[in-house]
Design a protein around this ligand. Sequence first.
Ligand code: AR6
Length: 190
Amino acid sequence: MTFKVATLSLSSSALKIKKGDISQWFVDGFSDAIVNSANERMLGGGGCDGAIRRAAGPELLEACYRVPEVGFGIRCPTGEARITPGFKLPASHVIHTVGPIYGVTINPEASLRSAYKNSLSLAKANNIQYIAFPAISCGLYCYPHEEAATIAISTVKEFANDFKEVHFVLFTDDLYNLWLKKANELLSFS
Ligand code: AR6
């Protein structure tokens, strides 16, 4: 698959914006993680979650079952994050996070920001050097794309220096072009 790639410099790391399938993303030879836009049960779904689970194989589901429930059927509350190995994925880890359901979750902006922040904190705690995000909540969970892009890029910018590279892997041309436009507005380039 050909990735369109835009690289933007932050102070000591790089932000890369790509078009592609996040389930195929990895950085060879380094501690890396993809972020899964999951649901609170963590037992599967469609979209990004479905693609990641198909590529990871059944051990990912088994690992998710082992994540302790913190409420009835809930393994990862909205805005939080959990980590598992990547199993058959090219990436070594999966960080599962849950974005807000737009129109349902109270204060969706804070929840979306937390989903990015908690994913980055968990990645840092696990010595991940390269991390890739999809457009969390921008599919089934219906977050308006322009606002989601602003939250995603501004939040990642605050934490990016803890990583060698932070990537966004966007599935469509529209999202790729929007992320690039927002990154140009929100980041200064060297
Ligand atoms: N690689 C990168 N991005 C993808 C891929 C992929 N392979 N497939 C879809 N996307 P969604 P949400 C994009 O619906 O809105 C699941 O069922 C997609 O185009 O995957 O957070 C979970 O189990 C969109 O831009 O996640 C939850 O129930 C973005 O990923 C629920 O969906 C997010 O779309 C979570 O909804």
